[in-house]
Ligand binder design. Structure first.
Ligand SMILES: Cc1cc2nc3c(=O)[nH]c(=O)nc-3n(C[C@H](O)[C@H](O)[C@H](O)COP(=O)(O)OP(=O)(O)OC[C@H]3O[C@@H](n4cnc5c(N)ncnc54)[C@H](O)[C@@H]3O)c2cc1C
Length: 592
């Protein structure tokens, strides 16, 4: 989908690209042969055995993690993926048929939250998991000037922020230390199975007390800070710390990523923390990185680990129903009517698909059904992927040669009021007139995504109205993308003319092509009432479900969303524990 404005540029660049393409053809042919070799190991269709120990519904990264752990435990494991390829929202694709050498990481775009435990257990490094830590946050301001913020360089942060406010520069190390202190509390919680709060059953009480005991070292001040973090808006929180609109705009971005809420909404401070506590394995708090080969390569690495452990993966294998017998999960029914049986079924789909469509309301407790019906799943995100003939030439930092400001987040979030206006437009039912964007240029490091001399830029943008998941809104999305591009063009005047190809993925396509209901990027909003023991429903946050034998591994469980694999690992652990010991078998109903 090239914009009209960029078609002329596309034609002009085509001639220049032709020579380069001849040389690339040989490389591409070699790569195609290699890909075909890898793909051969993925079974397609519904052929094969019909009885397994464990069946995984959905071959997104969480389903694949669950499969790898279950297979590693000795279970005969099958993954069923509806699409022609695995990965779900962690996918690398070539969206332009006339430019097959240009690949984009089509939905998710950066790594941070995958814990070292999973990387080590599944030996992902061996299977192609390779991260380039990304550079600083960069914002060029329409009124002139720019700012860079570094995840791990206090001295340079001070210099940068001083250009906008000396007071903010002095506050920055205290802010970083404050966040690091809270991350020490929140980080381990991500790997904690939430207890069944409110239940008086001895085992549940024991787990609640154990969690309280683990946090006995917390003092009054830390509890107060945690309370602030969980309840405040990112705007109010930043107002307490900083004065410069430029600094606050840059720091607010993580508070609204993927969220159906502007920076003035309570709870957005926590969203900022969720996106700030990750560590790509290099020990730098809050640092993010680019996977070589795009996010699809993360899923591919996990799939390889699953297969190496003995799991079978079938693509083009849509599941239509979870089979029940005597109230227990017994297997699945595929779209073609074939039945496959297993004593353990792990589903990694959005809660509505997993429970209301596949299990059926009549087979679930009424209050659980009501909780899933009330599950909030909006976000108004539009992903815009671009192929560029050259790097953006920012007025504030001139040049099209690769520079540090191209290597991190290239933001369009110049102030909190700017971000808030974008949200208010969407809440009032219009796509944002001036959208906000978290942009990245992975090809600053990764040479595998496009021909040499060209670049891929990924714009994660917000917001369009939340009900745009119900209709394609194709023309309006095109106009929205053009406005987004205009915003960048104001600060980098070569931007528009450098665009060779444009790929726009809106909420409707996210829902219909990828199963992201409502276009929500995490299978469910990260709002306070949907976190920890409430994710996806009270009483069922331990990766088990009201149906014995059915486990839940989607991003709609605790520690999701994001490409973190924790839901997949925890669901597999629960299933493995239950297989080993009947004493740990699920009791239903769990709420009491
Ligand atoms: C635009 C966008 C940007 C994002 N950016 C980031 C980012 O930069 N970093 C980050 O960490 N996270 C990011 N996320 C979030 C992250 O990608 C998701 O939280 C995560 O990938 C979800 O993984 P999952 O395995 O839980 O689910 P999914 O990836 O949704 O996988 C579910 C799988 O089930 C399959 N399926 C659906 N229905 C059926 C059926 N009936 N039968 C069989 N299979 C079925 C789907 O095709 C899919 O493959 C982003 C998401 C989006 C959409």
């Amino acid at each position: 989908m090239a914009t009209k404005a960029t078609q002329a540029a596309s034609a002009a660049k085509a001639a220049a690209a032709k020579a380069a393409k001849t040389a690339q053809a040989a490389r591409a042919a070699a790569k195609t042969a290699k890909t075909a070799k890898t793909a051969k190991t993925v079974s397609t269709g519904a052929a094969g055995p019909t009885d397994y120990d464990a069946i995984i519904v959905g071959g997104g990264h969480n389903g694949l993690v669950a499969a790898a752990y279950l297979a590693r435990s000795g279970a005969r494991t099958l993954v069923l993926e509806a699409r022609p390829k695995t990965g779900g929202a962690a996918t690398t694709e070539a969206p332009w048929p006339d430019a097959p050498d240009f690949k984009v990481t089509r939905l998710s775009y950066v790594m941070s939250l995958l814990p070292p435990t999973i990387i080590k257990d599944l030996q992902l490094d061996k299977h192609g998991y390779k991260i380039f830590p990304m550079g600083p946050y960069y914002q060029a301001f329409p009124e002139g000037g720019s700012i860079k913020l570094y995840a791990d360089d206090a001295k340079r942060n001070h210099d940068e922020v001083s250009r906008w406010s000396r007071k903010d520069a002095d506050a920055m190390p205290r802010w970083d230390a404050w966040l690091a202190g809270l991350a020490d509390v929140l980080g381990p919680l991500l790997l904690t199975v939430p207890p069944n709060l409110g239940s008086r059953k001895p085992r549940d009480l024991e787990q609640t007390l154990r969690l309280a005991w683990r946090h006995r070292g917390l003092d009054v001040r830390t509890i107060a800070d945690m309370t602030r973090l969980m309840t405040m808006s990112i705007a109010d929180l930043l107002d307490d710390w900083f004065e410069s609109p430029q600094v606050k705009g840059a720091l607010a971005v993580n508070g609204v990523i993927g969220t159906w809420a502007g920076p003035y909404e309570p709870g957005t401070a926590y969203v900022m923390a969720h996106h700030s506590i990750g560590d790509v394995g290099d020990g730098h708090l809050g640092n993010w990185g680019f996977q070589e080969g795009g996010m699809g390569a993360v899923a591919d690495a996990i799939a390889k680990a699953a297969r190496e452990n003995g799991a079978e993966i079938r693509t083009d294998a849509r599941v239509n129903q979870i089979l029940l017998s005597g109230g227990r999960a017994q297997g699945v029914v595929l779209g073609n009517g074939q039945q496959l049986t297993a004593k353990v079924v792990v589903t990694s789909l959005h809660p509505r698909s997993a429970f209301l469509d596949h299990v059926g309301r009549q087979n679930l407790p009424d209050d659980f059904v009501q909780d899933i019906e009330h599950w909030k799943t909006r976000s108004g995100v539009v992903k815009i992927n671009l192929a560029l003939a050259e790097l953006p030439d920012f007025t504030a930092d001139p040049g099209t040669n690769l520079a540090e400001h191209h290597t991190g987040s290239v933001e369009m979030a110049p102030s909190m009021p700017y971000i808030e206006r974008a949200f208010q437009d969407a809440r009032e039912g219009r796509p944002a007139a001036r959208p906000f964007s978290d942009g990245v240029i992975p090809t600053a490091f990764d040479q595998t995504l496009c021909p040499e001399g060209y670049h891929i830029m990924s714009l994660f943008t917000q917001w369009v109205p939340s009900d745009w998941s119900e209709q394609p809104h194709t023309e309006e999305l095109q106009a929205y993308a053009d406005r987004m591009i205009d915003c960048y063009n104001e600060v980098a005047p070569n931007f528009k003319s450098s665009i060779l190809h444009t790929d726009i993925v809106g909420p409707y396509q996210m829902e219909h092509d990828y199963g992201l209901i409502g276009g929500n990027i995490f299978h469910g909003e990260l709002s306070l009432e949907q976190l920890f023991h409430m994710r996806p429903a009270p009483g069922f946050a331990d990766y088990r479900t009201p149906v014995p034998g059915l486990y839940y591994a989607s991003s709609a469980t605790h520690a999701g969303g994001g490409v973190c694999g924790i839901p997949g690992m925890q669901a597999a652990r629960a299933a493995i524990a239950d297989r080993r010991g009947p004493a740990r078998a699920r009791r239903r109903p769990r709420r009491s």
